[in-house]
Design a protein around this ligand. Structure first.
Ligand SMILES: [Zn+2]
Length: 284
């Protein structure tokens, strides 16, 4: 049983504000340890229940940030991290050799309220990302990518909003709710020391369910049609960049449409829109 664990930061136990997950802020170094400890709890739970291999991949800051503490992470796992990852970007380690996906520290999608640090890929750039007319978040990309590979999603940890959003697509997912969102930057939190025990138990149950064939992959296939609502109008450079790429269509100065056959390409293309304002940036 090979388990893939995607770790983000906004849904980590105890963290509620953007300042908690932003490099240079007062608690950022401490919070890296909290993130690593939540990941370790999932790894521990997975191995305790019979997993034989665990691959952890960082999702915070798309590819730009390396947040997990490598001196604290469980030495039994492998960690995929860093910029310029091939394939499905922050899902580079997720392939069809994986048997189960766990989403640790994930957050609600853009447009959610409440929802602790709710956003989709880029809070500063996008106000909403829709797939076939329905708002989606990062967890929705992971669920579909896993679905394309016939891998079930067995665990979500974060606030009650992301848990509900994941459970809507994956009804048998283990929901470990570590904080109740009270707004976008406020929450009623279970202290990390207790939260870790909950994550560990949830991860063990997820592995047991996967072994018992109680979890099914989310049925999905392309093409995927996305619309991205920009927070501010496209600048000249962005309009020029997008005009040179056939796969993007600027519907108006705040709305971009794109189609992708596979979800990994959809993820890369949406993420690219987060830096498409730079003059000459046409590679993603
Ligand atoms: Zn993040």
């Amino acid at each position: 049983m090979k388990v893939f664990v995607s770790v983000d930061m906004e849904g980590i136990s105890g963290l509620v504000r953007w300042a908690d997950v932003t490099p240079g802020s007062i608690d950022f170094q401490l919070n890296r340890s909290l993130m690593t400890a939540d990941a370790n709890a999932a790894i521990e739970g997975a191995f305790n229940a019979g997993a034989t291999e665990v691959v952890v991949e960082e999702n915070h800051g798309v590819e730009d940030l390396c947040v997990l503490r490598m001196d604290e992470i469980d030495p039994r796992c492998r960690v995929v991290r860093g910029a310029g990852r091939p394939g499905a970007s922050t899902m580079a380690g997720l392939d069809d050799t994986c048997d189960l996906v766990m989403l640790v520290g994930h957050h609600a999608r853009a447009g959610s309220f409440p929802g602790i640090m709710a956003h989709t890929i880029s809070y500063t750039e996008f106000s909403l990302v829709s797939l076939a007319g329905t708002p989606v978040g990062e967890a929705d990309f992971f669920i579909r990518r896993a679905g394309e590979l016939s891998v079930p999603v067995g665990l979500i940890t974060g606030d009650q909003i992301v848990a509900e959003q994941v459970a809507n697509l994956c009804p048998d997912v283990e929901q470990v709710i570590l904080k109740q969102a009270l707004g976008r930057q406020a929450g009623d939190c279970i202290p990390p020391l207790r939260a870790r025990a909950m994550i560990q138990e949830g991860a063990s149950r997820a592995v047991q369910r996967a072994m018992g064939h109680e979890l099914g992959p989310y049925p999905t296939s392309g093409p995927y049609e996305f619309e991205v609502a920009l927070r501010k109008p496209a600048n000249e450079a962005m309009a020029e960049n997008l005009a040179s790429l056939n796969e993007f269509e600027l519907l108006n100065d705040e709305q971009v449409r794109l189609v992708a056959d596979r979800i990994e390409l959809g993820f890369r293309r949406v993420a690219y829109l987060g830096y498409a304002r730079r003059a000459g940036a046409t590679k993603y």
